[in-house]
Design a protein around this ligand. Structure first.
Ligand code: GAL
Length: 439
């Protein structure tokens, strides 16, 4: 696993990458303690909240749940997952439950700025003693611990690392369009999209619900601006009005022309499936798509890596891991606090992570995973993640670099852009969002 020294060699630290997340003066309420004593020792149940209902992700969660049930026979596992890729529906429900002091026992929250929102609002408990009791500090990379810590206290249990910047493609469609190799830059990508449109009857780039356009945006920004340029955008006072950003957004607008009008009616699964079904040439999606493609039917698509689909980092981003991490929390006032701690123990364990991640399409957050379990794309991901020369950039859409308000303001701006296709308005909306929301 990447070490601090390795990151310093790469000129990057996780802390630096989410500087925006850790630099704000957050008003954190005291160090834990349950707001009510009622559920303090209750281990009869655990309600676990996530948005993992789709193939791959639900399979991963179920694998961990089965291990949990074996180890905790007296605890009923309640799966409170709410459908909607990237948590679009789940996060709204969660916000209202937290506001109404009806938290689940544990919920999925991304490491980085998103987690700090929960800390700032005093909604989750620190987990220092849990980490000490389970000897966890040494099993996670220090850089990841930095992303889930505030003022010296640790607040969540990371279960995985995902890569956002992946280009999935259908090799037969590229061949039919006369494209011998997948695109290495944003400019090459645009050329290829044009070729696919003119030479085949296929969709050049599949897109799904609106959030997948936000997801696409982060890969295009990274591809055009480079790692340093992209990372700089998330620091307070960053120049979102620059000519370089205009160029990236102009490319983004061009790329979006090669997607389909009916895209919004499907979530990420439909868009990803279009590639392996031979309907679309390309899809830019996080590596959870891999779990969906290769998982066994009826849930997964049982597709073959290399034959039905191939992958490369999204254009212009080779060598950079646009990362995100799913982590589980202990909400204040969790009704079954002991059940929640048992779940966190499962999510933090080597066995739990090695059961979950091969199905989920992610690599483990722990340093001591069983490497042999990670095959195909995951073998590549494992090697990339652990390569000291791989650079890091934080996903803004999946919680690392942008707090929730910023994330939502960008989404509103992108939504308007998808209607009016006006690059100038897109850029000024992003400038305003950064000005209002960067911390
Ligand atoms: C991300 C999440 C992933 C996966 C994806 C698609 O935000 O971190 O685990 O669920 O959304 O839903």
């Amino acid at each position: 696993m990447r070490g601090r020294a390795a990151n310093l060699r790469a000129g990057l630290t996780w802390k630096a990458l989410a500087a925006v997340a850790v630099s704000g003066a957050l008003a954190v309420s005291g160090c834990g303690g349950n707001s009510s004593d009622k559920g303090k020792n209750d281990k009869s149940k655990v309600e676990v909240f996530s948005w993992w209902t789709g193939p791959g992700e639900a399979d991963g969660l179920n694998a961990m749940k089965a291990d949990f049930e074996k180890k905790n026979p007296g605890t009923q596992f309640i799966n409170a997952a709410i459908a909607g890729g990237s948590g679009t529906q789940a996060q709204a429900v969660l916000a209202s439950r937290l506001q109404n002091r009806k938290p689940p026992d544990s919920f999925q929250g991304h490491a980085g700025a998103e987690l700090l929102d929960y800390i700032k609002q005093g909604q989750i408990e620190p987990l220092d003693s849990f980490y000490d009791q389970n000897n966890l500090k040494s099993v996670y990379p220090q850089q990841l611990l930095d992303q889930i810590s505030y003022q010296g206290h640790i607040y969540s249990v990371p279960v995985n690392i995902h890569r956002s910047n992946m280009l999935w493609y259908n090799p037969a469609i590229l061949k039919a369009a006369g494209i011998s190799d997948p695109p290495k830059s944003v400019a090459e990508f645009i050329t290829d999209l044009k070729a696919i449109k003119s030479k085949t009857k296929k969709v050049p780039l599949s897109l799904g619900a609106q959030w997948t356009a936000d997801h696409l945006l982060e890969s295009v920004l990274l591809g055009d601006l480079g790692t340093d340029g992209y990372n700089a955008l998330w620091k307070p006072g960053a120049d979102w009005g620059s000519a370089a950003v205009t160029k990236a957004l102009t490319d983004y607008a061009e790329i979006v022309k090669y997607t389909t009008a009916e895209a919004a009616s499907t979530d990420w699964q439909g868009a990803a499936k279009a590639v392996v079904d031979g309907k679309a040439a390309f899809n830019i999606m996080g590596d959870w798509a891999y779990g969906y493609f290769t998982g066994p039917s009826p849930n997964g698509l049982s597709k073959k890596d290399g034959a039905d689909f191939k992958y490369v980092p999204s254009p212009g981003t080779d060598g950079t891991y646009l990362w995100l991490s799913d982590s589980f929390t202990l909400p204040k006032g969790a009704p079954h606090r002991e059940g929640a701690l048992a779940w966190l123990k499962e999510a933090s364990s080597k066995e739990g992570q090695d059961l979950f991640n091969p199905k989920k399409g992610s690599v483990p957050a722990r340093k001591d995973a069983d490497k042999a379990l990670y095959t195909g794309y995951l073998e590549y991901a494992f090697a990339q993640w652990n390569n000291p020369s791989t650079k890091l950039a934080g996903s803004f859409w999946h919680g690392v670099n942008a707090n929730k308000r910023w994330h939502n303001d960008i989404d509103t701006t992108v939504g308007l852009f998808l209607q009016n296709k006006d690059v100038g308005k897109l850029q000024s909306g992003l400038v305003t969002a950064a000005k209002n929301d960067a911390q």
